[in-house]
Ligand binder design. Structure first.
Ligand code: BTN
Length: 205
């Protein structure tokens, strides 16, 4: 890894230290490469507490809605999943999708003063192009809150050429919208702080 690449790594301890006593971010892990963070968190769920956040620097089998592939190139975005045990019914996953999409959208607006919109149910857009997406998956549990995995992908530092040709007229990164590179670590902290606050307001009793 070159010195520039090392500087651009997500550092779990540093993110955690900036979150204080949070539900979301109570435990943070960063993996260099994995298939899909949603699949990995589902596997870890039995032995993990609500609020675990798993980031991957790169996903090799990132999944989007409707079986679509989610492009997740190394160190270009924020690709992460959150383990949740919300007190909602199994058929209410749309509430979690709306919560995550709105919070990510608001975070982009506040941190970068960019205008965003939400294309329901799960696309966050800038100028009609997708900058982020949400994939919520739930598993029923007996006699305790159901399990939910909120997977979030945010395009951060890609250039147009980093996207496959078929996505170039539909996708955008924060760097493309701002005309400068973005500090992923700093933005990860801001998004997690906001997700923790809004999750407590809407789902934690
Ligand atoms: C979509 O807009 O279609 C949903 C995209 C969700 C992508 C994220 S990246 C982290 C997590 N792991 C996955 O495999 N997918 C979600």
């Amino acid at each position: 890894m070159s010195p520039v690449e090392i500087l651009d790594c997500l550092v779990a301890d540093e993110v955690q230290a900036n979150l204080g006593r949070a539900i979301i971010g109570r435990e943070i892990m960063v993996l260099e490469q994995i298939g899909s963070t949603n699949d990995a968190v589902l596997e870890m769920a039995r032995h993990s507490e609500e609020g675990l956040v798993l980031f991957a620097e790169q996903q090799t089998a990132g999944r989007g809605q409707r079986g679509n592939r989610w492009e997740s190139p190394a160190r270009k975005g924020l690709w992460f999943s959150i383990l949740l045990r919300p007190k909602i019914d199994i058929n209410q996953s749309a509430r979690l999708t709306a919560w995550a999409a709105e919070t990510v959208s608001d975070s982009i607006q506040k941190e970068f003063l960019l205008e965003t919109s939400i294309k329901l149910p799960n696309d966050i857009q800038i100028n009609g192009r997708k900058v982020a997406g949400v994939l919520v998956e739930m598993r029923a549990q007996e006699k305790r809150p159901h399990l939910a995995i909120a997977g979030i992908g945010i395009n951060v530092n890609q250039s147009l050429e980093d996207f496959p040709e078929n996505l170039r007229d539909r996708a955008i990164s924060l760097a493309m919208a701002l005309g400068r590179q973005v500090d992923r670590q700093k933005f990860a902290i801001a998004v997690l702080r906001n997700l923790d606050r809004t999750y407590r307001e809407s789902f934690a009793s």
